[in-house]
Design a protein around this ligand. Sequence first.
Ligand code: PEP
Length: 251
Amino acid sequence: MRRKLVAGNWKMHGLKAQLGDVVEIAAAAAAAPRVDVNLCLPFTLIEAAVAVAGAMPIGAQDVHEADKGAHTGCISGAMLRDCGASLTIVGHSERRADQHETSHDAWAKATAARRHGLQVILCCGETEAERDAGRAERIVQSQIEKSLPEGASGDWLTLAYEPRWAIGTGKTPTLDDIAAIHAIARAKLRHMVGDAADGIRILYGGSVTGANAETILATENVDGALVGGASLTVEKFGPIIAAAAEIARRG
Ligand code: PEP
């Protein structure tokens, strides 16, 4: 039985003035003990957030594949650990689009994160054109194949299926479409890592809100959600955490 995980991605939002939101979200997380909750924040907020987040893990949204060196503007896994981060997202579609990152980059970043003891949320997902062309399943399989790091297992790795066209748009796939991709992702993981696949959580991400969280989180093979816009305040994130807690309560 995989525990539900609700992960927040603040993207390029948040100043120290928003640390109160971290405190409130941490309190909502503490009130949902059967659910795992974390927040992936801008680098500049990580250390201060760790100091106020209690037991709720704080993570980053990216990590460099190298441990150190001449990489201006980049952040290493060691630096993230040094400021208290315990996880990082890699391969987010906004980085694939804006920084031209590839699945191979995601693999290298996930591998580096693991070297430094960071948990990893590895993202995959098709574009709208790829879905319209009937290629969503093949794209996701291929992204997993190219980005899944060696030794992938549920104690440090989570997969997030995030159709790019659903991120920040208010659009979501049908529950059947989510279930179909998650089943294919689970089968791909099983093909690649055998029984270890059973422990790897697969999150859905893309316009999850308090209004749609319960049905999405109850969908087969959906082990949680990666949430962007609705993770910035407890007013929006709290109901998503509560939906996951309700499903966990029902067993
Ligand atoms: C995300 O940033 O990973 C995401 C899913 O964003 P949103 O929830 O805003 O669609």
